[in-house]
Design a binder for this molecule. Structure first.
Ligand code: HEC
Length: 115
């Protein structure tokens, strides 16, 4: 009797530990990335698959596909205001995102790369 109870307890504890285990670091939080795009009005110039002033997210993802520097290139583009050319040929400084939180920037870059 005692043995059965303690093994049940072991199973219960093990299940609880699994449920509490942190998510793998590589998982992209899509909702957070989309919210960040929205609150920074990135959608004025970038849509999922249509060029709209700026390149579509699909195009950006394709450009960096399989390139290890993709994440940093994206972060640089949205934090350092490089001069960019809009579809209509005019030039302006690229919008700087309102967060400096490295984890949020990485999450957004990884989400864009997955489009
Ligand atoms: C006023 C229009 C405009 C807004 C707003 C804008 N972008 Fe862009 N973005 C552009 C243009 C134009 C390019 C193309 C640059 C090029 O190809 O030279 C670009 C390029 C990019 C790239 C690709 C850079 C590369 O290396 O190819 C990323 C990533 C990006 N934007 C993300 C964002 C994010 C995130 C936001 C919101 C914080 C944002 N953009 C807001 C116009 C805009």
């Amino acid at each position: 009797m005692k043995n059965t109870r303690s093994s049940l307890l072991t199973v219960a504890l093990f299940t609880a530990a699994l449920a509490l285990a942190p998510k793998p670091a590589a998982a992209v939080d899509a909702a957070a990335a989309q919210e960040l795009m929205k609150s920074n009005q990135c959608g004025k110039c970038h849509s999922a698959d249509k060029d709209k002033g700026g390149p579509s997210l699909k195009k950006i993802a394709a450009k960096y596909k399989g390139k290890p520097e993709g994440e940093q290139a994206i972060i640089k583009n949205i934090t350092t205001a490089p001069k960019v050319k809009l579809d209509d040929g005019t030039q302006e400084e690229h919008k700087v995102i309102k967060t400096k939180d490295e984890a949020q920037l990485k999450n957004l870059a990884q989400w864009i790369l997955a489009q």
